[in-house]
Design a protein around this ligand. Structure first.
Ligand SMILES: O=P(O)(O)OC[C@H]1O[C@H](OP(=O)(O)OP(=O)(O)O)[C@H](O)[C@@H]1O
Ligand SMILES: O=c1cc[nH]c(=O)[nH]1
Ligand SMILES: [Mg+2]
Length: 210
């Protein structure tokens, strides 16, 4: 039991995830599904954002209304596959500044290495939502969270699509302050570090590489 893990249960999410997992789904459709899933997960990950009551004048009268208390948080994609997922986050939070962390996992050691980092200055005050569809061994997520914390984020959330129990346990142990939102908690990792049943290599399926 990992208290910071939120497995988001929604019929529309489940329906899209079924198609995303399907090996026959081509790249263009895979990207569209990933963006739609990103939007649905961002709705859930932002449910608890602080709000204030402000006065609003409608064409008919005045009323007190709930609004966001602070500007939208920074959105950060873990390249490459996080780009597709963050697309949906940007639709839900259109005014959010955007950061990127480039990480690639070595297929033999399964260790991530970083090849780029760009973070907007607002991350220091607004906090961040980090997007990467796959939480497998957890190495990439731990490194990405660390980079965003080092950039000054006072708080952050991690959004993924498919998580392995191993990755959830490692991320929660390394960063217990970071809530994890996922569309599915899968069964296990295989001997190559792939999530089972999973959906394969998210970056390759997104961008048509091999
Ligand atoms: O939890 P881990 O074991 O670290 O694995 C997960 C990472 O693997 C994938 O990226 P990949 O390294 O394949 O890069 P890509 O997105 O460019 O394909 C995925 O998008 C995660 O970043
Ligand atoms: O199953 C997996 C594991 C890591 N990265 C992926 O893209 N898929
Ligand atoms: Mg990949």
């Amino acid at each position: 039991m990992v208290p910071q893990l939120h497995v988001v249960d929604h019929a529309l999410l489940a329906h899209r995830l079924a198609s995303l997992r399907d090996a026959a789904t081509p790249s263009a459709r895979f990207r569209r599904l990933l963006a739609e899933i990103g939007a649905l997960l961002t709705m859930e990950a932002t449910r608890g954002l602080p709000t204030v009551t402000a006065r609003v004048t409608t064409p008919l009268t005045e009323m007190d209304h709930r609004m966001l208390a602070a500007p939208e948080p920074v959105l950060v994609a873990v390249l490459r596959a996080g780009l597709g997922l963050m697309e949906g986050g940007m639709q839900v939070l259109p005014e959010a500044p955007v950061g990127h962390v480039g990480l690639v996992r070595d297929e033999h050691t399964l260790k991530p290495s970083q090849y780029m980092l760009r973070m907007p200055p607002e991350v220091k005050t607004r906090g961040a939502i980090l997007f990467d569809p796959m939480l497998a061994t957890g190495g990439s997520a731990i490194a990405a969270v660390q980079r965003v914390k080092e950039a000054g984020a006072p708080h952050l959330r991690f959004v993924c699509v498919v998580a392995a129990p191993e990755g959830v346990a490692k991320l929660a142990a390394a960063h217990p302050d970071v809530p994890i939102f996922t569309a599915a908690l899968d069964e296990k990792l295989d001997h190559r570090g792939f999530i089972v049943p999973g959906l394969g290599d998210a970056g390759d399926r997104c961008f048509g590489t091999e």
